[in-house]
Design a protein. Structure first.
Length: 506
């Protein structure tokens, strides 16, 4: 197959530029490397040659192939040297003025039909191209680090981008072995936009005193299947990267409550607790390993009281079966006895609200999160209200730990932990589709490849029920009075009629 862009230029040879150069050379393009720092382009070529040599030594790459890749890399000294290129990818510092200045220089020396691409992660493609003589030739081409391993690339059309330019970049991305997704020019594009809910909602949970960082991480790993919890992830990416992105997207969307950052990360950033790279963030690190206190064992309880289940509990039949499997004594009367554990399983509401509305004794009332089928999780989550007695809490904890499954007990929270984080993720993704930023398919593809989620956000909503997610959001908005939780029209309409979130109107 004929390569889409036989000769490309890479302007900026940091980690991102080197990664793009690597996959471009491997795809068959001649790659011209330019960097403003003297010797940087030559150093980038040497680094890539060393990398290919190591793969040869490990038997993972043929020596002839490695030599062919290296022969396609050509360091150059000046912008004018990129004149023969069919495509130039800008991968310099994330500053609007610097990108604009470089791209204007490039367009003056390139052919009229040459394509310009910016690897910006947070700036407007339209704004970057505003001063160009031919803004239609510029598009966003946003890769993720490390480029050879992160197999997704966002292709972004500015307001004046020629659709043929995006088509060409989509085809080239596939030739590079990457999966292209197409997005409109909006803050955060797809991945950084869709990823807002995971960290910001986790920060709100901790900020409310519901539980600690490690417990949030455990719950979201064990209940939902995330590879890393939000605080583990922020420690890995580092707060000097992640907090400015939170603030940037929040302000670019004119203080949209769904993207509201947290004082927790602002304070920790100011204090230098950046994460793993400095040895301390949300966790302390020793030899690169997070130091996490082991979970305390389930309390020892001599006799567990009978359990009464609210008739409004979600997954009530499954909850009854679970209690039977755990050997609980179950009360079936219209109201609990004076000695029973009163068990509720709300969607979105906190335990206090449920106890008041259902006229239950709050001292004996405790909640369990049943959004996700218990059989599909590795952890159960219980929530107390401010009046829950210690003996009731301990008895419920002991009961639900009987079969060896991990149990976390948190303070009262509308939506526990999993419900509110998942619902926020699904809601933001739904609004991305409502705005027409990208297709539902590209959104789920971008997030699973770019963020490593176990499911795309819309697939999450479909798996656990758009109607349930909608109920969680409506009830959380009631509990907190915060427009952050208002449902997107995309979710509200599909949830109301039981339609898949990935459904696109004809």
């Amino acid at each position: 197959m004929k390569i889409q862009f036989p000769r490309i230029g890479i302007a900026g040879t940091g980690a991102m530029g080197r990664g793009i150069a690597q996959i471009a050379a491997q795809a068959g393009s001649e790659v011209l490397l330019l960097d403003a720092n003297p010797g940087a382009a030559q150093a980038a070529k040497a680094a890539l040659e060393d990398q290919w040599a190591r793969l040869v030594a490990k038997g993972r790459l043929d020596e002839t192939q490695a030599s062919a890749y290296a022969a396609r890399l050509h360091p150059v000294a000046a912008v004018a040297d990129l004149a023969p290129c069919d495509l130039v990818v800008e991968a310099i510092v994330e500053r609007l003025d610097a990108k604009q200045a470089l791209l204007m220089q490039l367009q003056r020396v390139l052919r009229d039909d040459a394509v310009l691409a910016t690897n910006t992660s947070s700036l407007s493609v339209t704004a970057i191209g505003a001063g160009l003589a031919r803004p239609g030739q510029l598009a966003g081409f946003h890769f993720f680090n490390p480029v050879p391993l992160m197999k997704v690339v966002e292709v972004i059309a500015g307001l004046k981008t020629d659709p043929a330019v995006c088509t060409a970049l989509v085809n080239y991305a596939r030739q590079m072995g990457h999966t292209p997704v197409q997005a409109q020019d909006t803050p955060g594009f797809i991945v950084n936009h869709a990823g807002r809910g995971f960290g910001t909602e986790a920060l709100r949970i901790v900020g409310e005193g519901v539980t600690d960082f490690a417990t949030v991480d455990r719950i979201l790993r064990d209940q939902v299947g995330f590879k890393l919890g939000p605080f583990e992830l922020m420690d890995l990416t580092a707060l000097d990267v992640s907090h400015p992105v939170m603030e940037s997207i929040y302000h670019q969307y004119y203080e949209e409550p769904r993207f509201r950052p947290s004082v927790i990360t602002a304070q920790r950033l100011a204090g230098g607790l950046l994460g793993k790279k400095v040895g301390e963030g949300f966790y302390r690190y020793a030899d690169g390993v997070a130091q996490v206190l082991p979970e305390p064992p389930a309390p020892a309880v001599e006799q567990i009281p009978p359990v009464w289940v609210s008739p409004r509990a979600s997954r009530r039949a499954e909850l009854y079966q679970l209690l039977k499997d755990l050997g609980a004594t179950i009360e079936t009367g219209q109201s609990p006895s004076a000695h029973a554990i009163t068990l509720v399983a709300p969607l979105g509401f906190d335990i206090t609200t449920v106890a008041v509305v259902e006229r239950l004794d709050p001292a004996r009332t405790i909640g369990i999160d049943m959004l996700i089928d218990d059989a599909a999780t590795r952890r159960r989550v219980l929530a107390t209200n401010p009046a829950t007695r210690v003996d009731i809490r301990n008895a419920a904890h002991a009961l639900f730990a009987r079969d060896g499954k991990a149990v976390s007990v948190i303070r009262d929270s509308g939506g526990f932990v999993t419900q509110r984080v998942v619902a926020t993720i699904v809601n933001i993704a739904s609004d991305i589709c409502q705005q027409g930023i990208c297709s539902p398919r590209d959104l789920d593809t971008a997030v699973t490849l770019g963020l490593g989620y176990p499911l795309g956000p819309l697939a999450m909503g479909d798996r656990w029920g758009p109607t349930n997610i909608l109920e969680v959001l409506f009830n959380m908005q009631t509990v907190y009075g915060d427009t952050r939780y208002r449902p997107s029209p995309w979710l509200r309409r599909r949830g109301a009629i039981g339609l898949s979130l990935t459904h696109v109107e004809e």
